[in-house]
Ligand binder design. Structure first.
Ligand code: GTP
Length: 661
């Protein structure tokens, strides 16, 4: 039996919780609660690498939904050894997101948008969780009951089952034989299916290679969808569309029989067990495939901003017009005079309300508050004292200045052409007999932002450009991290270059297991790559919080020892103010600690890869915040969960999206 279950925002706000025993209820509200201890010790202080924790006779398990910044936690008495807890967590996570995603997304967005100091007030005053999650108690009960009943049945049948001799354990029990296919038959069928999938994919890749040249291309049915359900870290699985999902209303509509039947986890459903089946074709989104240039290079697509009203000038005017109108009406005589005299000099008073509206607009687009303020201040400074023509409005003048300012901030100051940098390094002359050094790229960032996934997308792109890539598994901390990369390397090896042949010799994993020194593994990997003529080494590092000094020092050591050619910070597009904090602290810690380690001048972040871009629509302000604080370019954005879901940013497209209403 469970003692406690809760769903919280990662900032600590509890959205829903339930205690099942009076003791647990009392404990949950006290500071000695295992849940509170968990959050304090395991999550904030980062003491455990796994998603489980034990304290005071309680076991606590949890799982995250990073996109929505949620954490699902269950606590139970350790002695009970509940076998269904992981499945239960996974089920309630899936269902909670399914039914309440729009509400949670709005809630999280508002937390980001609101001044931190006021967030606490919002928590208690503006959000009525009990109303928002009406019906959830019912669903939860049903799911929990289902798991408990299933576990009880399994227990009973285990007790009834005759004990088989040890030598029989490798074969299924006799009552299974004859009706169920044997393990061997299953495996060979899987292999045949995978082989068919690979072949079909190669054919499609090949066909597409011949037709390439244009950017557009209709989305094929197979690749058209994305899924909102959180994905397991170890499977790179197909996606379906999320955007049009409407929030389920439980207030006036109770769950139907079929709703409840679908929540009954005590019955095994064949379709559930098939969800994780591996379909290689779905690892590459046909509509997202890059284009081949005439000299055979494979380019990732540009991210394109689509809106019904593509005229961004009009769009920003729509945002600002009401504010300007209000300002103008207070000094109607003055502006009339200005019109009559044919010109007007802009004053701070003219600009103030327009700039305030602009700041709010930028924050709505997920630009961090400080950055929005600074950008607006800068725009104001360029305009105060400037004359505007008789027919130009303050809004129009601000619009032009803002657009120029955003373009200036977003325009890369250093090259973003990775392929050229790799080529240059690999082409440099060496004394005969010496092996060339590979080009090395280190991916850093906080936990769960998508480092491994997007590293694999970059790997796919490099392989498609004919390069040999070694992936160094330097996350020696999170359990499953190495296996996750193994799956990616296996997939990438099967996908082939431009549909012709497989990529086996083109990608390899360099792994040394867990608990070892990441800096040393990276070093060994680079030497291995050098000896075996790999062009590029992609170094995956463990996620870490920006304030965790020991872990930041370890990362700086990896940088100092290996001096990678590029250090790419991987950050989520979803985070507003948080992105700035993460990036500033990673950059500073790397500079400070890598120079302190005696290996010469400190190295900072060289560029950013912004992930989960597909989840923010036009709220692309994180790109602005990140370039503003580092002055470094966004090298790629990750926009989904297939290997082709990588895009490059055109400055004009980002400016357009930010200005769009
Ligand atoms: N929608 C979307 N999801 C993504 C994207 N990139 C990664 N993800 C998902 O984000 C989750 C975390 O990705 P990982 O690659 O495991 O993240 P990580 O940073 O390596 O995680 P740690 O090793 O725990 O630090 C997975 O479910 C990915 O499928 C993206 O561009 N869009």
């Amino acid at each position: 039996m469970l003692d406690h279950c809760s769903i919280s925002h990662k900032g600590g706000i509890v959205l829903w919780s339930r205690s099942f025993t009076p003791d647990a209820a009392q404990l949950a509200s006290s500071s000695a609660s295992p849940v509170n201890s968990l959050i304090r010790e395991a999550l904030i202080e980062g003491r455990t690498a796994e998603e489980k924790y034990e304290k005071d006779g309680y076991a606590v398990r949890w799982t995250f939904v990073n996109d929505l910044e949620l954490i699902f936690v269950v606590a139970y008495q350790r002695i009970l050894q509940l076998t269904y807890v992981d499945d239960l967590l996974s089920a309630i996570k899936t269902l909670f997101i399914k039914y309440f995603e729009p509400f949670i997304a709005a809630f999280v967005a508002s937390l980001h948008a609101i001044n931190t100091a006021r967030a606490a007030a919002v928590q208690t005053t503006s959000w009525d969780f009990s109303k928002a999650f009406e019906g959830w108690d019912n669903i939860f009960d049903k799911v929990l009951r289902g798991f408990e009943e299933k576990a009880a049945l399994e227990r009973k049948s285990r007790l009834r089952a005759p004990v088989r001799p040890v030598e029989d354990l490798s074969t299924p029990p006799s009552d299974d034989q004859g009706t169920e296919p044997t393990v061997t038959a299953d495996t060979s069928q899987d292999e045949q299916q995978i082989a068919r999938n690979v072949q079909a994919l190669k054919n499609r890749l090949r066909g597409r290679g011949g037709r390439r040249g244009g950017r557009g291309g209709g989305r094929s049915d197979a690749g058209s969808g994305r899924d909102s359900v959180p994905h397991s870290d170890s499977e790179f699985t197909p996606k379906r569309k999320t955007k049009t999902k409407a929030q389920r209303k439980w207030g006036d509509e109770v769950p139907t029989e079929s709703d409840m039947a679908s929540l009954d986890f005590s019955i095994d459903k064949p379709e559930d067990s098939e969800v994780g089946s591996h379909d290689l074709q779905s690892l590459v989104d046909q509509a997202s495939l890059g284009t081949r240039t005439r000299d055979g290079m494979y380019e990732v697509k540009d991210w394109e901003f689509s809106t019904n009203d593509k005229d961004t000038d009009n769009a920003i005017a729509n945002v600002l017009r009401p504010i300007e109108h209000k300002a103008a009406s207070t000094s109607a005589l003055g502006s009339l005079f200005a019109r009559l005299t044919g010109s007007k000099v802009l004053t701070e008073a003219d600009l103030k309300p327009v700039l305030e509206g602009m700041k709010q607009h930028l924050m709505k687009k997920n630009v961090a508050m400080d950055i929005a303020e600074k950008v607006c201040e800068g725009v104001g400074e360029t305009l105060v004292g400037k004359k505007i023509g008789s027919f130009q409005t303050v809004t129009a003048a601000v619009r032009v200045a803002l657009s120029n300012s955003l373009t200036r901030i977003l325009t890369p100051k250093t090259s973003t052409d990775l392929l050229l940098s790799i080529k240059n390094k690999r082409a440099s002359a060496l004394p005969s007999g010496q092996q060339r050094m590979p080009y090395s790229i280190t991916f850093v960032g906080v936990n769960g932002v998508g480092k491994s996934t997007n590293l694999s997308k970059v790997c796919f792109w490099l392989i498609q450009n004919g390069l040999r890539v070694l992936i160094a598994a330097c996350d020696t901390f999170r359990s499953g991290a190495v296996e996750q990369l193994r799956v990616h390397v296996r997939n990438l090896g099967m996908l082939g270059v431009n549909g012709a042949g497989d990529s086996k010799g083109r990608v390899e994993l360099f792994e040394r297991g867990y608990g070892k020194d990441a800096a040393g593994i990276a070093k060994e990997a680079i030497l291995y790559a050098k000896d075996n003529d790999f062009d590029v080494v992609l170094i995956d590092t463990a996620g870490r919080m920006q304030d965790n000094e020991p872990l930041m020092r370890a990362l700086a050591k990896l940088v100092a020892v290996n001096n990678p050619d590029k250090i790419i910070f991987v950050g989520e597009a979803l985070v507003g103010n948080e992105a700035v904090d993460q990036l500033t602290k990673f950059d500073r810690a790397l500079r400070d600690f890598s120079s302190a380690s005696g290996a010469g001048k400190g190295r900072g972040i060289d560029g950013m890869l912004v992930t989960k871009w597909d989840t923010v629509d036009d709220k692309v302000g994180a790109a602005l915040s990140m370039t503003y604080v580092t002055g470094q370019p966004i090298i790629f954005v990750g926009c989904g969960q297939t290997y082709t879901d990588l895009r490059q940013l055109r400055v004009a497209n980002v400016v357009g999206a930010i200005l769009d209403n």
